[in-house]
Design a protein around this ligand. Structure first.
Ligand code: ADP
Ligand code: MG
Length: 245
């Protein structure tokens, strides 16, 4: 039996009386790559933010490695969030710090890693994302694709158990999308557990173990990429794919 890394049970999320997530029950196994796709406004970002407790569910449960996140205090949540790397559409790098510092800061501040160890890890990760030669540059000296690769390295520096991506390539110029997807593909190949909200259907088809199709606050359909893209069963997915493919 695969180990369940994340479990979502009857998750509901509302903002005032806007029910954004209606009733979601799913799980992510260790080592699995899930691509979440669906139209804008479907609730994808909200769902991802519930997974690492940036949003509290209105009802239902989110479990990480068997532990229910609902009801934990901030300190306990911080502990758990350390194990969940998150990469957003905007890169949110610290503009006043070099690339190297950006990657070193959280392990030093949060995990009390020594500066020497943090630097060594950061350099290793920069090499992994193909940016070893940018260590001493500042974020505004980098292209969007390079910034996003630094953001991925920064998340990895905390040695997370799972990586959550919210449309990591949506803000990039087209010619920079592929370099970021390559880093993500390598990460998937290395066995990282990943939940990726994306509009990159080629990536989803090639890399995902499972597609979760979201619309109207529900996961309408899940399936292996070939099945999903070739034979979507839900009317909402059929309609969505017809528009984009
Ligand atoms: P997606 O990422 O699929 O485009 P979102 O999760 O961003 O969808 O948004 C789903 C719905 O939730 C939208 O109607 C949005 O306006 C609403 N929403 C998201 N975050 C908030 C918030 N913090 N406060 C109020 N409404 C929100
Ligand atoms: Mg979104």
């Amino acid at each position: 039996m695969p180990t369940k890394m994340i479990e979502v049970k009857n998750l509901q999320k509302k903002f005032k009386n806007n029910v954004v997530l209606k009733e979601i029950t799913e799980h992510v196994d260790q080592g699995q790559v899930i691509c979440v796709i669906g139209p804008s406004g479907a609730g994808k970002s909200t769902f991802l933010r519930c997974l690492n407790a940036l949003e509290q569910p209105s009802s239902g449960q989110v479990l990480f490695e068997g532990q229910n996140l609902v009801g934990l205090d901030d300190k306990q949540l911080d502990q758990i969030r350390q194990k969940m790397g998150m990469v957003f559409q905007g890169f949110n790098l610290f503009p006043s710090m070099t690339v190297l510092k950006n990657i070193m800061i959280a392990p030093i501040k949060v995990k009390k890693t020594s500066a020497e160890d943090a630097k060594q890890t950061a350099m290793k990760l920069l090499a992994k994302v193909g940016l070893a030669n940018k260590a001493n540059q500042y974020p505004d000296q980098l292209s969007g694709g390079q910034k996003q690769r630094v953001a991925i390295a920064r998340a990895l520096a905390m040695d997370p158990a799972v990586m959550l991506f919210d449309e990591p390539t949506s803000a990039l110029d087209p010619e920079m999308v592929e370099e970021v997807l390559k880093v993500m593909r390598d990460l998937a190949d290395s066995g990282m557990t990943m939940v990726v909200v994306t509009h990159e259907m080629g990536f989803a088809k090639e890399v995902a173990d499972q597609i979760w199709f979201m619309a109207d606050g529900y996961i309408q359909e899940t399936g292996q990429p070939d099945d999903f893209f070739d034979h979507p069963t839900s009317p909402r997915a059929q309609e969505f794919l017809k528009k984009i493919l």
